[in-house]
Write a protein that binds this ligand. Structure first.
Ligand SMILES: [Zn+2]
Length: 68
C-alpha cells in the first residue's frame, strides 16, 4: 500500500505514462481512499493538460499581409 509521500512520487510518473501497471493500481487504490492525493492528482493533471495544449499550439507568426 502506498503512503501519501510515495503516492506523490508516483503521481508525476503516472501522468507521464511511464508507470508500470501494478504501480498504477496501487496509486488508484490510494487515490480512491485519500481525498488529499486525489485532489493533487487532479491539479497535476490539469496543469499537465495546460502545458500540453500550449505545446501543441502552433507558433504565432506575425506575417504582414499586404493591404487591400
Ligand atoms: Zn494520500
Amino acid at each position: 500500500m502506498l503512503d501519501c509521500r510515495r503516492a506523490h512520487d508516483v503521481l508525476s510518473d503516472s501522468i507521464d505514462g511511464v508507470l508500470p501497471w501494478w504501480k498504477r493500481i496501487l496509486l488508484r487504490v490510494h487515490l480512491s481512499i485519500c481525498p488529499g492525493c486525489a485532489r493533487t492528482d487532479q491539479s497535476l493533471r490539469s496543469c499537465h493538460g495546460v502545458v500540453g495544449s500550449l505545446r501543441d499550439m502552433p507558433p504565432i507568426i506575425e506575417d504582414e499581409d499586404p493591404p487591400g
